[in-house]
Ligand binder design. Structure first.
Ligand SMILES: *Cc1c(COP(=O)(O)O)cnc(C)c1O
Length: 467
C-alpha cells in the first residue's frame, strides 16, 4: 500500500476525526473549537479502563459519564441483551400490553428501592425521568383537588437533565440562556455549596441557612401553591457538592412542616455510588418520587425511570383517568434485560457492599491531595469526589480569573497522565467504577497528584500561582 492510500484509510485516527467533524454535532461542546482540535476516538472499554484509537489506555475516573457501576465490557450483559433481542427485540407498553422484562425489572426495583417506592414509570433517560416528574406531581395535585399546587422548587446549579423541562428544573444559568428556559412555575433556591458560597459561616450554620431558604421560598410563594421540592442528594454535574451535615436533617424538618412532595434525583447517587443502594438510604431521606437512570443499566443501554410511592400511585390508580404521558421506549425489553443483568451482577457480586468497603481507601488517597498547594478543598462521599483548585489557599474567596480555564488545563494534563477526570469550573471530579481495585486506586491518586503538579508548574510559569 502506498502512503497515499494509507492516509485514506477511513478508519485511521485522522480520518475518523475528519469524518466526525464533518457530520457529528457533540453534546455540551463548542463544535467549532472541537472540530479544529479533533475528538478523541474511543475504541474499547474493559473494567476501569478505556483505550483510544492511538492505543492510549486511560483509567476511567468518571465511569463513562457517572454510569458504569460494574465497569466496562461485561459480556454477561451483551449475552442477556442478545437473548432478549432474539426473542422479543421490541414491543411497547402502551396499549394494554406488557412483557416479562418490564414486569421483572419493576418488581426488582420495588424490592431494592427505599421503603414505600413500590412502582415505576419507565423512561429512556434521566432527563425524561425528570420531565415525567413535572407532569406527575402537577397531575397528582390535580387529582387530589388542589390544582393550585403547581410550583416546583429546585436549586441553583442543580443538574436534572437537558430537555426543556428537566433543564428548567436544573439551575444552570448557562443552559437557561439557550432556548428560553426555565419554563414557568419553577423556583430556584440557593445550593448548599459551602466552599463556594459559605462566606464567613461555618459549614453547619451555612447548611442550616441553605435549608431554611426552602422554608423561605415556600412562605414567599405561598405553601398552598407548592407542588414539590426536587434535589440531588449530592449535586453531581454542579461540581460534586456535598451538603454540610446539618443540611438534609434541616430540609427534612421543613418538608415535614408542609404538605409538599419531595423528589430525589438519584440519577447519579443511585445503585451504589455512595456505598448504599441509593443516596436516600445514605442520608435517611424518604422521597415520594425518585428519578433513576445511569447506573440502572451501568450505561450499557439507555434506560431510566421514576420510582413512585404508594401514596402517589394510589391516587393515579384510585382516582382513575388516563395519564397522557409516555415514551415509545418506556420499558424497552432489551434495555430492561440489560438493567436486570446489571442488577443481578451488582447483587450477586455484592458490588454495593464492596463499594462501601473500598470507599475509605479511595477517600484516604483522595483527601490526601488536599495538602497540595493548588487544592483548596478535597471532598468525597462513597466513590464520588471533587478537588477545588484555588490560587491562594487557604483563602476560599480568592478564585482564578477566567473561571474554568484552570480546570480545563488540569483536565488536559490528567488525560496526558492517563487518568480521566472531569472539570467543572475550576474543580476536578471523579466517580470511578464501583469495581475499582486497591491497585487502581493507588494509580488514580498517583496520577491525580502528578496532574496537580503539572498544572501548578504551568500556572507558576505564567504567574497565575505564586512560586
Ligand atoms: C445525568 C443526569 C440527569 C440526566 O440524565 P440523562 O440520561 O443524561 O438525560 C439527570 N439528573 C442527574 C442528577 C444527572 O446526573
Amino acid at each position: 500500500m502506498s502512503d497515499a492510500s494509507l492516509s485514506n484509510d477511513p478508519h485511521s485516527t485522522p480520518e475518523l476525526r475528519r469524518r466526525d467533524a464533518t457530520h457529528h454535532i457533540h453534546p455540551f461542546s463548542d463544535t467549532g473549537a472541537l472540530n479544529k482540535e479533533g475528538s478523541r476516538v474511543i475504541v474499547q472499554g474493559e473494567g476501569c479502563w478505556i483505550t483510544d484509537s492511538e492505543g492510549n489506555r486511560l483509567l476511567d475516573g468518571m465511569s463513562g459519564l457517572w454510569c458504569v457501576q460494574i465497569g466496562h465490557g461485561r459480556p454477561e450483559i451483551a449475552d442477556a441483551v442478545h437473548r432478549q433481542m432474539s426473542k422479543l427485540s421490541y414491543y411497547n407498553t402502551f396499549f394494554k400490553t406488557t412483557h416479562e422484562p418490564a414486569i421483572e425489572l419493576a418488581e426488582r426495583l420495588a424490592r431494592l428501592a427505599p421503603a414505600g417506592l413500590n412502582h415505576i414509570f419507565f423512561t429512556g433517560s434521566g432527563s425524561e425521568s425528570n420531565d415525567t416528574v413535572i407532569r406527575m406531581v402537577r397531575t397528582y395535585w390535580d387529582l387530589m383537588g388542589k390544582p393550585e399546587k403547581k410550583t416546583i422548587i429546585a436549586r441553583q446549579n442543580a443538574y436534572h437533565g437537558s430537555t426543556v423541562g428537566s433543564a428548567s428544573l436544573g439551575g444552570m444559568s448557562g443552559m437557561h440562556a439557550q432556548g428560553g428556559m426555565p419554563i414557568p412555575g419553577i423556583v430556584h433556591i440557593p445550593q448548599p455549596y459551602w466552599f463556594g458560597e459559605g462566606g464567613d459561616q461555618d459549614p453547619d450554620a451555612f447548611g442550616r441557612w441553605a435549608a431554611q431558604e426552602l422554608a423561605r421560598a415556600i412562605e414567599e410563594q405561598g405553601p398552598e401553591t407548592i407542588a414539590a421540592f426536587i434535589a440531588e442528594p449530592i449535586q453531581g454535574a454542579g461540581g460534586v457538592i456535598i451538603p454540610p451535615d446539618s443540611y438534609w436533617p434541616e430540609i427534612k424538618k421543613v418538608l415535614a412542616a408542609h404538605d409538599i412532595l419531595f423528589v430525589a434525583d438519584e440519577v447519579i447517587t443511585g445503585f451504589g455510588r455512595l456505598g448504599t443502594w441509593f443516596g436516600s438510604d445514605y442520608f435517611g431521606l424518604e422521597p415520594d418520587l425518585m428519578s433513576i437512570a445511569k447506573g440502572l443499566s451501568s450505561g450499557y443501554l439507555p434506560i431510566g425511570g421514576v420510582m413512585v410511592s404508594d401514596r402517589i400511585a394510589d391516587a393515579f390508580i384510585e382516582k382513575g383517568g388516563e395519564f397522557t404521558h409516555g415514551f415509545t421506549y418506556s420499558g424497552h425489553p432489551a434495555c430492561c434485560a440489560a438493567a436486570l443483568e446489571n442488577l443481578r451482577i451488582i447483587e450477586e457480586e455484592g458490588i454495593v457492599e464492596r463499594a462501601a468497603e473500598i470507599a475509605p481507601y479511595l477517600q484516604e488517597g483522595w483527601l490526601s491531595l488536599g495538602d497540595h498547594p493548588l487544592v483548596g478543598e478535597a471532598r468525597m462521599v462513597g466513590l464520588v469526589g471533587a478537588l477545588e483548585l484555588v490560587p491562594a489557599k487557604p483563602d476560599r474567596s480568592i478564585r482564578f480569573d477566567n473561571t474554568g480555564a484552570v480546570g480545563t488545563l488540569c483536565r488536559d494534563h490528567s488525560l496526558k497522565n492517563g487518568l480521566i477526570m472531569r472539570a467543572t469550573r475550576d474543580s476536578m471530579i471523579i466517580a470511578p467504577p464501583l469495581v475499582i481495585s486497591r491497585g487502581e486506586i493507588d494509580m488514580l491518586v498517583e496520577r491525580a497528584r502528578k496532574t496537580l503538579d503539572d498544572t501548578a508548574e504551568d500556572l507558576r510559569r505564567d504567574g497565575r500561582l505564586k512560586p
